[in-house]
Design a protein around this ligand. Structure first.
Ligand SMILES: NC(=O)c1ccc[n+]([C@@H]2O[C@H](COP(=O)([O-])OP(=O)(O)OC[C@H]3O[C@@H](n4cnc5c(N)ncnc54)[C@H](OP(=O)(O)O)[C@@H]3O)[C@@H](O)[C@H]2O)c1
Length: 272
């Protein structure tokens, strides 16, 4: 599995399994199947309420811990120092893990100074409960604020990113600050699958539109975490390392003018 080096020095696989809306037996089966197929990176969050199932799945597979990359997120209502430590403890217990590879602030919360949350993140890193830290749903202004307020380097910003939400300015600022972007909803929850440009390019490279979208993101230096529950989709989403998009094909996708924000579309603070 291809990886990128984070500012923390750790390697992060460029493809992971998203698990939002995966619950119960379905979640356990999807995680087991994904790891069997070669996935090494799983994205979850305390609020997804599926960490017990993911923990059980990883336990049953008996894969070496160091071969996995596990991301979780502290919920936006729990960003005070003690709350972060407590929720991380709960997360580790549910996942049956000794440490997380990456711990993110799930959503910003203007009522809590970022300094307080990052002080807790620093403690978690010092206690070896977390390897790398990051944020999620942070716009350019907040990324710059986070960079100033955290003593531990911010390794990742996880945001909605797909061909219908090409956030070039945010990507540029993150790159300048050595922050890797992770694309959530990289398939726009299926909305991009009928796009004529993606279909045309998919025919040219003999791939599926979903694979073209994921490949486009990876070639931009972005990590992808598509959620899939069927074996067919899990497999398809892995088969993105045996072809390359040309510069012209990349530009065609960059030029798509449709802009759809699926998660919290009403929030105007994103528009910078
Ligand atoms: N940080 C945040 O605030 C935040 C917000 C949203 C999401 N996320 C993370 O990002 C992950 C992915 O985002 P998402 O779940 O919103 O959307 P997504 O990955 O863009 O789309 C998931 C949907 O696409 C389908 N799908 C998967 N692979 C496919 C393929 N090869 N061909 C056709 N359809 C396919 C899935 O169907 P099946 O399930 O039937 O396979 C599912 O319905 C989440 O699971 C979560 O881990 C984070």
């Amino acid at each position: 599995m291809q990886t990128v080096k984070l500012s923390s020095g750790y390697e992060m696989p460029v493809l992971g399994l998203g698990t939002w809306k995966l619950a119960g037996k379905k979640c356990k089966e999807a995680v087991k199947k994904a790891v069997e197929l070669g996935y090494r990176h799983i994205d979850t969050a305390w609020i997804y309420d599926n960490q017990n199932e993911i923990g059980d799945a990883l336990n049953e597979i008996e894969i070496e811990r160091k071969k996995l990359f596990i991301t979780s997120k502290v919920w936006t209502d729990n960003l005070r120092y003690e709350e972060v430590l407590e929720q991380c403890g709960e997360t580790l217990q549910q996942l049956q893990l000794g440490y997380l590879d990456l711990y993110l602030i799930h959503w910003p919360n203007s009522n809590v100074d970022l300094k307080e949350t990052f002080r807790a993140f620093k403690k978690l890193v010092e206690d070896k409960k977390v390897r790398s830290i990051g944020v999620s749903n942070f716009n350019i202004t907040r990324v710059k604020e986070a960079k100033i307020k955290s003593e531990v380097p911010i390794a990742v910003n996880q945001v909605e990113y797909h061909p219908y939400l090409n956030q070039e300015n945010l990507l540029k600022v993150c790159k300048e600050n050595k922050i890797i972007l992770t694309a959530y909803s990289p398939l726009a929850r299926g909305r991009i699958l009928d796009d004529p440009i993606l279909i045309k390019i998919a025919n040219e490279v003999d791939k599926k539109p979903s694979q073209v979208a994921l490949r486009w993101l990876i070639q931009k230096g972005i990590i992808v975490i598509p959620k899939a529950s069927s074996e067919k989709h899990l497999k398809e989403n892995m088969e993105i390392f045996d072809f390359k998009l040309s510069e012209e094909q990349m530009d065609e996708i960059n030029g798509i003018q449709i802009r759809i924000r699926l998660v919290n579309p009403g929030i105007s603070e994103f528009e910078d």
